[in-house]
Ligand binder design. Structure first.
Ligand code: G3P
Ligand code: CA
Length: 274
């Protein structure tokens, strides 16, 4: 992770997902344009072995299709529209919601493969990091991590460069998933995501070999002393999903290392960053 003088890194959660439909090329292009330091994405494996950027187990919420990603093939997903739901959700009156295909970014809202996202990052013209989350449970546990590392290797991202930090980190709520990653690629940083503080981690230590804690913003609000404990134990802290200015301020006060947000431009502005 590239260090900044005293301010947290700004990570675009599912892309600039306040402005464009989450996990689409449109959302990631906007995040890069907005100046985000890193892009967060969730990955799932399709029935025919492709890693795609989709949050939910099923495609029902974010597309015009139905079914579990793990049982669909890439061609099935490619036939779906992953954009219009957002326009409908954002429109004050349902009748105002235009068809996403009429939107200037309409072409960029088909299903996004991780491979395409890696190409976008490679062509960004400036350093952009990636925070990739493996989603569990899944019928493809184990294979997700294997495919992910294989793909990262193709892009030369399966280990940090000779000089400088890793461009990629892998995150999960599943300690087992992170363990698989570390066993195969020990130099890729791993982030242990937390929705609550489990009693066995109260002393600020993380699962073996994990150096980054990923607490939800509620943990930060309710247990700021725990964040300090994590830092004292030598961990980095990457907080999700931080969209409100007062939460950004709290994260800065606590010295967190990365803020994961749906609004990268607004957070950069608050931090006084270009
Ligand atoms: O960045 C971590 C965060 O994305 C975890 O929660 O549900 O948004 O994937 P979720
Ligand atoms: Ca995520």
């Amino acid at each position: 992770m590239r260090p900044f003088a005293g301010v947290p890194q700004v990570v675009a959660h599912r892309g600039a997902s306040d402005d464009a439909p989450e996990h689409t090329l449109a959302a990631y292009k906007k995040a890069i344009e907005d100046g985000a330091d890193a892009l967060e994405c969730d990955v799932r494996l399709t029935a025919d072995g492709h890693l795609v950027c989709v949050h939910d187990r099923r495609v029902n919420r974010t597309s015009n299709g139905r079914g579990a990603v793990s049982t669909l093939e890439l061609a099935d997903l490619a036939a779906l529209d992953f954009g219009s739901w957002k326009l409908r959700a954002d429109a004050e009156e349902p009748a105002e919601a235009p068809d996403w295909t009429e939107h200037p970014d309409g072409a960029d809202t088909s299903v996004l493969t991780l491979e395409r996202l890696l190409e976008l990052v490679a062509d960004a013209g400036r350093p952009v990091e990636l925070a990739i989350e493996t989603k569990h449970p899944t019928r493809w546990a184990g294979q997700v991590e294997e495919r992910l590392l294989h793909l990262l290797k193709r892009f030369g991202l399966d280990a940090p460069p000779a000089e400088g930090p890793s461009q990629v980190r892998i995150m999960s709520f599943s300690a087992r998933s992170l363990h698989r990653v570390r066993a195969a690629a020990p130099t890729i940083p791993t982030v242990y995501l937390m929705q609550f503080v489990s009693p066995r981690l109260r002393d600020g230590r993380l699962p073996r070999g994990v150096g980054i804690a990923g607490p939800g913003i509620r943990i930060v609000r309710n247990h700021p002393a725990y964040i300090e404990k994590l830092k004292r134990a030598g961990n980095q802290v990457h907080v999700w999903t931080v969209n409100e200015p007062e939460d950004v301020e709290l994260c800065v006060d606590l010295g967190v290392d990365a803020i994961i947000t749906n609004r990268p431009r607004a957070v950069l502005d608050q931090l006084g960053r270009p």
